[in-house]
Design a protein around this ligand. Structure first.
Ligand code: ATP
Ligand code: MG
Length: 587
């Protein structure tokens, strides 16, 4: 694909924290970055909640707004750092009052309510392990995760408890306490009302010494490629959140930051809670689900300056057109970033058209705990590229060899597996109960990501596809992203997922599933036009041979296109684990 370049000549806002990529990489060390953290008093180690909340009080920032919560019905609530410290202290005391021990698991199942943030931070203070679950999960995904993670406490709402959890109590014998935010008649069985626990609890709490290697969060992966894995993270990961908040998201003290991800997914925890608070900014939390108009209103009204969102949302906004954005006035907005899926070059450029700013793509995984490859505020963007490795992260493109080892791919533009040199602070420390699977991710001091990519001569990394999704056709390796991005250039296309289907002659041929923008008819003429467009852009060997129109593509709840499901349905194969599939896509 030809390379465009967005030059960073006139930057909006303050001088970027990372103003010279090469110089920063050359002088960076994780040991030196420790200065970004305070550490618990008296050499008591590192605790995420202390870095995110309490230490700001010590530095005179207690009155600053930590969380600006925007409720579904138009409510607006501000929690200062001091208030967040008090409430999370109360929650930590409440847990101790219940006899919950450090290391025990606290699951959180609720929408984006202020209590979620209080419960998560309070649990970390008590050195419990937190697992946030997506509130739209049905009883089965809740039960399997709670069983696997040995949930001792669950924090939820009355409605979710009644509908989804109550019927599981018999099965979840380890679940001793359910803390319900709001009124419920469901008593007994270790059910406690939030207010009844919190009101008498002391607002003072001293965090006990916390080993930075102790477990902090257990996060389940998105389930895009199969059954979700439980990635184990530690308190010391907060150093990576402090660094990426500053370098990758360019957070400055006076920023108003909004991460649109739900804390049920790692982005919503690492960047929807931890990184912005660690950086001491004001963190906007929007309870409502995606709606373009609501989102533009939030950006304008709250004067959001740094915005972190995802390709699926960007594509939905693109579908509605740039005019709706331009009808708003967003002078404060200065930096936009995206994660979760490959960001098509069209989407990066559309950002410029609609917001006057490009989207900065970055790449990471539940397993990496934080952003690993990123486009930085000061660095030119090559649309379609994920950017360059974070200072402190050594990335490589490798191939696995016959002997079970790996070899580096040193030539530019050659595809291989993206690998990261171990360790780094936010690296997962295990897949819960899956040691063998965990060990297989590491070879010769490198973590193998399972994603294919290449690096160009300027050091930019380009996503090719997940190893599972790559299509092998007549000796070529075809990454679905390249084909999808070419189709996305066509004005009729809103969304596209590409898979390989078996072919007796060439191994596999490329098939595309396309959702159209409003006003376009899924007819034969358009199908032929799209096939022709793709052939012209990609050449006959890479272009799809077939295109099917769909009104929607199957996606995970975190918004990722599930290519494995498109393929399973196409070939009549078992559909596998569907626990994270968006419900309206379920058959
Ligand atoms: P599972 O591992 O359960 O199949 P998942 O890999 O989707 O699910 P996550 O950890 O949430 O779970 O997602 C990480 C993956 O998302 C990456 O490995 C990559 O495939 C994809 N991804 C994330 N960001 C980007 C990006 N900027 N460009 C391309 N792909 C991305
Ligand atoms: Mg994965």
């Amino acid at each position: 694909m030809e390379q465009r370049r967005i030059h960073k000549t006139s930057l909006r806002g303050p001088r970027p924290n990372l103003d010279d990529y090469d110089a920063t990489v050359a002088r960076f060390s994780w040991a030196e970055a420790e200065r970004l953290l305070d550490g618990l008093p008296d050499g008591g180690g590192v605790n995420i909640a202390y870095e995110a909340v309490d230490r700001h009080l010590k530095h005179g920032r207690g009155d600053k707004v930590a969380i600006c919560w925007l409720g579904k019905s138009g409510e607006r609530r501000e929690l200062s750092y001091a208030e967040l410290a008090r409430q999370s202290n109360q929650f930590a005391n409440a847990l101790e009052g219940l006899g919950v021990q450090p290391g025990e698991r606290v699951f959180v199942l609720m929408g984006r309510l202020p209590e979620l943030y209080v419960a998560l931070l309070g649990s970390l203070k008590a050195r419990c392990v937190v697992t946030p679950l997506f509130s739209a999960f049905g009883p089965e995904p809740i039960a399997t995760r709670a069983e696997m993670g040995d949930a001792r406490v669950l924090v939820t709402t009355p409605g979710l408890y009644e509908r989804k959890v109550k019927g599981l109590r018999e099965r979840l014998q380890g679940l001793q306490h359910v803390i319900v935010v709001g009124e419920t008649s469901a008593g007994g069985d270790g059910v406690h009302l939030w207010d009844a626990l919190m009101t008498p609890a002391s607002p003072d709490y001293t965090i006990a010494p916390t080993d930075r290697e102790s477990m902090s969060l257990l996060h389940f992966t998105s389930g895009t490629t199969g059954r979700p894995k439980g990635a184990v993270h530690v308190h010391g990961a907060v150093l990576a959140h402090a660094v990426t908040g500053r370098y990758a998201l360019d957070l400055h003290e006076n920023d108003v930051f909004w991460c649109t991800a739900d804390p049920g997914w790692v982005t919503g925890t690492s960047y929807g809670i931890i990184a912005p608070l660690v950086c001491g900014v004001t963190n906007v939390v929007v309870e409502a689900e995606f709606d373009a108009q609501t989102w533009y209103d939030v950006l304008q009204r709250e004067r959001v300056s740094v915005w972190y969102t995802a390709p699926t949302a960007i594509r939905m906004m693109m579908k509605l057109g740039a005019e709706a954005v331009k009808a708003h006035d967003m002078p404060a907005l200065r930096f936009m970033a995206s994660v979760g899926e490959p960001l098509n070059p069209e989407a990066v450029v559309w950002g410029l058209e609609a917001f006057g700013l490009p989207f900065h793509d970055n790449w990471w995984q539940t397993e990496t705990g934080g952003i690993m490859v990123s486009n930085y505020a000061s660095m030119d963007i090559k649309p379609g590229s994920m950017g360059k490795p974070l200072p402190g992260i050594v990335a490589a493109i490798v191939r696995r060899n016959e002997g079970g080892g790996i070899e580096p791919v040193t030539n530019p533009d050659v595809d291989g597996e993206l690998a990261l040199q171990t360790p780094w602070p936010s690296m997962m420390r295990g897949y819960l109960h899956e040691d063998e699977r965990y060990r297989k991710c590491f070879v010769d001091g490198w973590y193998l990501t399972g994603d294919l990519a290449h690096r160009d001569a300027d050091g930019y990394y380009w996503f090719v596809g997940r190893a599972d999704d790559v299509i092998k056709s007549a000796g070529h390796l075809i990454g679905p992203f390249e084909v999808e991005s070419a189709l996305m250039e066509h004005p009729a296309v809103a969304e596209v997922g590409v898979i390989g289907i078996p072919d007796p002659m060439v191994g596999e041929v490329v098939k595309a599933f396309v959702a159209l923008k409003p006003g376009f008819e899924p007819d034969e003429a358009l199908r032929r036009e799209l096939l022709g467009h793709a052939r012209k852009r990609l050449g006959a060997a890479v272009a799809p041979k077939e295109i099917d129109f769909r009104s929607n593509l199957p996606k995970t709840r975190s918004g990722k296109i599930m290519r494995r499901l498109l393929k399973a349905r196409e070939l009549g194969l078992p559909e596998g684990d569907l626990s994270t599939l968006e419900s309206d896509e379920k058959k």
